[in-house]
Design a protein around this ligand. Structure first.
Ligand code: 5GP
Ligand code: ZN
Length: 136
């Protein structure tokens, strides 16, 4: 994709602090880190969201995520890691090229858990949601 900033990073047309690369994925430090070592892992071709990633490429992408997780854990020695994907503008996705955020976490970093990002319970009960999801 010509106008995709992450495709340009893959093609080395714009610089990035790459910390890991293999045949399927590239990992580079976020330009506006929310924690020290905030990294994004992206597939090496344009896929806008996780749903656009072919099934066969899910495992290679997440194998890279795990390698980067281990690298950050070993070298930065955080107390934990937040790993997440923003899918679509409603979730906060600004760059339309699939990317997995890894944010090293420390006990005193005053952050919170991913499920605390939103508090919109909705009107339907859990049972109604389940029925909807399992209906044909
Ligand atoms: P999103 O909200 O789409 O999940 O996150 C996009 C992330 O990409 C943001 O954290 C932002 O700081 C990062 N970002 C945007 N443009 C660039 C760039 O050119 N280089 C790097 N390294 N990170 C970028
Ligand atoms: Zn792209």
């Amino acid at each position: 994709m010509d106008d995709c900033i992450f495709c340009k990073i893959i093609d080395k047309k714009i610089p990035a602090h790459v910390i890991y690369e293999d045949a399927h994925a590239v990992a580079f430090l976020d330009i506006m880190p929310r924690t020290p070592g905030h990294t994004m892992v992206i597939p090496k071709y344009h896929a806008a969201t996780f749903l656009d990633l072919p099934d066969a490429d899910v495992a290679p992408l997440f194998a890279a995520v795990k390698k980067v997780d281990a690298l950050l854990a070993k070298k930065l020695m955080p107390d934990g890691m937040t790993i997440g994907i923003n899918q679509g503008p409603a979730s906060g996705q600004e760059v339309a090229h699939l990317h997995v955020h890894l944010m090293p976490r420390w006990l005193n970093d005053h952050g919170s858990a991913v499920q605390s990002l939103v508090n919109h319970e909705g009107e339907e009960s859990v049972e109604e949601i389940k029925r909807k999801l399992l209906s044909s």
